[in-house]
Design a protein around this ligand. Structure first.
Ligand SMILES: [Zn+2]
Length: 303
C-alpha cells in the first residue's frame, strides 16, 4: 500500500513534441545509432548501409528477395487457427489472432511458397515475427509440413526461414506436437535425399530452435541473429554463472559449430543457390505448372 497519493496528473513527459519529420522517412539504426534515409534502407534489403546491422523483415519481403524476380506461388493461404483450447490470458487468444491478422494481413505466422532460387524450383517457408512473435501453433506446423511434403512430391529442395519466439502457448500441447510433426516430415525429406536448408534470422528461439531450425543439412544464420532455446536470463539463473560475451549470437554459434555459415542478407540468395547446386539440385526448365494462387507482390519497404 502506498503511503502517499499523487493528487495531480503525473508530470512525466508523456506528451512528445510533434515531430516535423514525416513519420517513417528516417530510421535510427539500432546498430550504429546513425540516422538512415528509409529509402536507402529499402534499396539495401533493410541492412544498414553504414554498419551492416540487419533490421527484421517480414515473411513476404523475405520471399520477394529470395525468389528470382521476386515472384512466387503461395500455398495454404487460408489456413487459420480454430483456437482449440478457447484460451484466454490477459485477453482471449481469438482477439489476439484477429488483431494480428488485421495488423499483418496474414492468417498466421508463416508464409509458404514455391518459386525459383537462381533457377532452381524450391519450396520455401518464411516465418513472420510480427504475427504473435512468430510463434509456432497448429497452422504454422501444418503449413510447414505441407511445404516439406510438397518438396517430397515434386522433388524440390526445401528452405525454411526461421524467425520465432517459440511454440504458441495459447495452443498448449498441440503447439508442442508441431515440433515432432515437422521433424518427421523432414526425416522423410532426408530419406528421399532432398536438400533442406535452415535460415536462422533474428530471433530464432524456443520450440523452433528445438526442432526444424537445427535440422538443416546446411544451417545458415544472418549476422548477429539471436539464436537459442531459453533466453540468457533464464540460463544465468539456472546455472548460476555469468554467460560469455556474444552468447547466443550467430557468430558465437558459428565458432561453436552450431551453425555452418553466417551470411549477409545481401548475399543470402546467391549463397542458398550455390548450396542447392552443391547438394545436387539443378535449375529446372521454364513453364512449370504448379497449382495455387500466383502472386507477384509489389515491393513495399517494410520495417
Ligand atoms: Zn547502422
Amino acid at each position: 500500500m502506498a503511503w502517499f497519493k499523487r493528487a495531480r496528473k503525473p508530470i512525466t513527459a508523456t506528451k512528445q513534441k510533434a515531430s516535423r519529420v514525416p513519420e517513417g522517412l528516417w530510421v535510427k539504426c539500432s546498430g550504429c545509432a546513425q540516422v538512415i534515409y528509409n529509402k536507402d534502407l529499402g534499396t539495401n534489403l533493410n541492412v544498414c548501409p553504414k554498419c551492416g546491422y540487419h533490421f527484421r523483415i517480414g515473411a513476404l519481403e523475405r520471399l520477394r528477395l529470395l525468389f528470382d524476380e521476386g515472384s512466387f506461388t503461395e500455398y495454404d493461404k487460408g489456413l487459420v487457427s480454430t483456437d482449440p483450447l478457447k484460451f484466454a490470458d490477459t485477453k482471449p487468444y481469438r482477439t489476439r489472432l484477429e488483431s494480428s491478422i488485421e495488423a499483418t494481413g496474414l492468417k498466421d505466422a508463416v508464409v509458404t511458397a514455391s518459386g525459383r532460387i537462381e533457377g532452381i524450383e524450391t519450396s520455401v517457408a518464411a516465418m513472420e515475427y510480427a504475427f504473435i512473435g512468430g510463434s509456432m501453433g497448429v497452422v504454422v506446423g501444418e503449413k510447414i509440413t505441407r511445404a516439406i511434403e510438397r518438396g517430397i512430391d515434386r522433388r524440390w529442395p526445401v528452405v525454411i526461414v526461421c524467425s520465432s519466439g517459440g511454440a504458441r502457448m495459447m495452443e498448449g500441447a498441440l503447439s508442442l506436437m508441431q515440433m515432432a510433426k515437422v521433424s518427421g516430415a523432414l526425416a522423410r525429406l532426408a530419406q528421399e535425399r532432398l536438400a533442406y536448408i535452415a535460415v536462422l534470422t533474428d530471433p530464432t528461439t524456443g520450440g523452433v530452435t528445438a526442432s526444424f531450425a537445427m535440422l538443416g543439412d546446411l544451417i545458415i544464420a544472418e549476422p548477429k541473429a539471436l539464436i537459442g532455446f531459453a533466453g540468457p536470463r533464464v540460463i544465468e539463473q539456472t546455472i548460476k554463472q555469468k554467460l560469455p560475451e556474444g552468447f547466443q549470437r550467430a557468430e558465437f554459434l558459428l565458432e561453436k559449430g552450431m551453425v555452418d555459415l553466417v551470411v549477409d542478407r545481401r548475399e543470402m540468395k546467391s549463397a542458398i543457390g550455390k548450396a542447392l547446386r552443391f547438394m545436387g539440385s539443378a535449375p529446372s526448365e521454364p513453364a512449370s505448372t504448379a497449382p495455387g494462387t500466383s502472386i507477384v507482390p509489389e515491393a513495399t519497404p517494410q520495417l
